[in-house]
Ligand binder design. Structure first.
Ligand SMILES: [Zn+2]
Length: 574
């Protein structure tokens, strides 16, 4: 990666001097010129421009229309934008593209909002798969069931002869039928595994069909493995979906060896249509030294690629509030003093963070509860004390519930706040499962995006797709209004934590690039940078915030080449 970055710097230097010769016609015309657009550059020095020229995958000019004319030659394609908006391609700093791509081929429960709708969706799915040995699916929404606790009886009514396994939308719970419990040998006598819970019938003590966190593996380990072809197909499908929404750079926040192999294979065939930043999952069961050597080997295996990097280590520090598995500083209400588990005790977390940081990995920490956030920050602070200062850019993802005292520590530590802004709305996850577990005083500090921005910390955006929508524009709208995208006008949830449009666009462009250690190459529209950009059907600054989510992405370019084009737009680009 060091040589790669150096190459980028040299290229930047060469292009910068070329641009100083702007007065004279360039020796070589541009491949593509975009004209008459509202070009939002994500730079402070020139936030807006009208035109942009691209040659050999890089931006060679950003400025007014007259200036762009000098780059138009015989072979140049000129796109007249008619005032449409151009932006840097979006960076999603926390998503699960590969598993999302796999899910696109399975039973989908994401849109079902009642038990009856869920039953209907599963019935249809089972009927369509008469041959498959397992029925597997994803996306049941926790609030559909009381206490987020569906029962095996409902599944047994639909499918009893084959095992059935359904991940919850957040991936932290699974719902299985009796056949699956039987195959996995889970009975009344089975103890809860460390870091997991087998939900049980209150009277009989029998497993009731819902598994939390580490207990999921008791059944998921029996699922037939995906084939390498299914995984590479999933990469292509997911990145295609990302491109359609304007995403050109994406973090896969949970990459094990098989996933990395799939990304490498697609990269080897030159078919990655977005830059992929693989966050290598830290295996929780391994001692630190062995874990470290595995991750280093994985990182070394992808050096030299310009679309795939694997220099980030992902650690789960806790679970989620809705199922009471997030680690809190004070107890959950009504749970008898339970504060929720940490995945690693603080000393064990610190040991791993220190070792990974010293080996040059960027840390990407899942931290949701205020205790998980605090121990994560403590470990990162310790890493700076012990390992000295370096350009570490650790990322804390999700960061749902804060002790306000910890907000200011992000800036001090240079930690990046990767929020999932789509979650900052008073949906049933908040009103039914989160606020009742925390009470009003703590609930004030849920997703404090506005306070984090005000603190001067680096805020980036992420979808956590398929947990929630992959569409950055929907998430941006929610961050601005703190309301559901379709809800129309009305009160904001925690209005003091609203963000504004320019800052959210920065979060999804230049700040995302910074989080990806890629801001020298992408994230803004400047001469010398790679031409990763999107064209939207209108200027986001010209419409009310309520309409942002209806904006369409007409064109997505990666290194100047279309990776998505709306059929109504720019037919001259193939
Ligand atoms: Zn995630």
């Amino acid at each position: 990666m060091r040589t790669h970055r150096l190459a980028g710097v040299l290229a930047l230097g060469a292009l910068a001097s070329a641009c100083q010769l702007e007065q004279r016609p360039p020796a070589t015309p541009a491949d593509l010129v975009l004209r008459d657009g509202a070009v939002w550059t994500a730079t402070a020095s020139r936030p807006w421009a009208e035109a942009l020229a691209i040659r050999e995958g890089r931006i060679i000019y950003v400025g007014d229309a007259a200036g762009a004319q000098r780059f138009v030659g015989r072979g140049t394609t000129v796109l007249e934008l008619g005032g449409r908006m151009v932006l840097p391609g979006f960076h999603d700093t926390h998503a699960h593209p590969l598993s999302g791509g796999l899910e696109l081929g399975e039973c989908n429960l994401y849109e079902a909002r009642t038990p009856a709708e869920i039953e209907g969706a599963i019935r249809a799915c089972v009927a369509a798969r008469p041959e498959e040995p397992w029925i597997r699916g994803n996306g049941w929404q926790l609030p559909v069931f009381p206490d987020a606790n569906p029962n095996k009886a409902l599944l047994d009514r639909i499918v009893s002869d084959r095992p059935a396994f359904f991940y919850a939308a957040d991936g932290h719970s699974a719902w299985v039928n009796s056949k699956a419990l039987e195959l996995a040998g889970i009975t009344r006598e089975t103890p809860n595994p460390a870091g997991g819970r087998i939900e049980r019938d209150a009277r009989s003590g029998e497993p009731s069909g819902t598994l939390r966190e580490e207990a999921i593996g008791l059944v998921s380990s029996r699922l037939p493995p995906y084939t390498p072809e299914e995984r590479t197909g999933a990469v292509r499908r997911a990145l295609g979906e990302a491109n359609r929404l304007g995403i050109t750079s994406i973090t896969d926040a949970d990459v094990g060896p098989e996933y990395l192999a799939a990304y490498q294979e697609v990269d080897r065939r030159n078919e990655l249509t977005a830059r992929v930043f693989a966050a290598l999952r830290v295996p929780e069961e391994l001692p630190t030294a062995e874990m470290l050597s595995r991750l280093k080997a994985a990182r070394d295996g992808v050096r030299g690629s310009n679309r795939l990097r694997a220099a980030t280590a992902k650690i789960y520090t806790d679970g989620v509030i809705e199922s009471r598995t997030a680690a809190l500083l004070a107890p959950y209400l009504g749970r008898g003093g339970d504060t929720g588990p940490l995945v690693f005790e603080p000393a064990a977390l610190e040991e791993r963070v220190l070792a990974l940081d010293k080996a040059g990995f960027q840390l990407h920490l899942h931290a949701i509860g205020d205790r998980a956030i605090r121990v994560s920050l403590d470990a990162l602070a310790r890493a700076r004390e012990v390992n000295g200062s370096r350009d570490a850019r650790p990322v804390l993802a999700h960061i749902e519930l804060f002790d306000p005292a910890d907000l200011a520590r992000f800036r001090g530590l240079g930690a990046i706040a990767s929020f999932q802004p789509f979650w900052a709305q008073a949906d049933e996850y908040i009103t039914e499962l989160t606020e009742p577990a925390l009470g009003p005083a703590r609930s004030r500090w849920l997703y404090p995006i506005g306070s984090m921005l005000a603190s001067g910390a680096m805020v980036a955006g992420g979808s956590d797709w398929t947990v929630s929508t992959l569409n950055p524009l929907e998430a941006i709208q929610v961050a601005i209004l703190r309301r559901a995208p379709e809800a129309g006008p009305g009160p904001a949830w925690l209005p003091e934590e609203r963000a504004d449009l320019p800052r959210m666009l920065q979060a999804y462009t230049i700040n995302g690039a910074y989080a990806h250690h890629a801001e020298r190459e992408t994230g803004s529209l400047e001469a010398g940078k790679l031409a990763d950009l999107v064209v939207l059907d209108h200027n986001l600054f010209d419409v009310p915030a309520e309409a942002i989510h209806r904006t369409r992405v007409l064109l997505t370019l990666l290194e100047g080449k279309p990776v998505w084009r709306d059929s109504t737009f720019a037919a001259e680009l193939r």
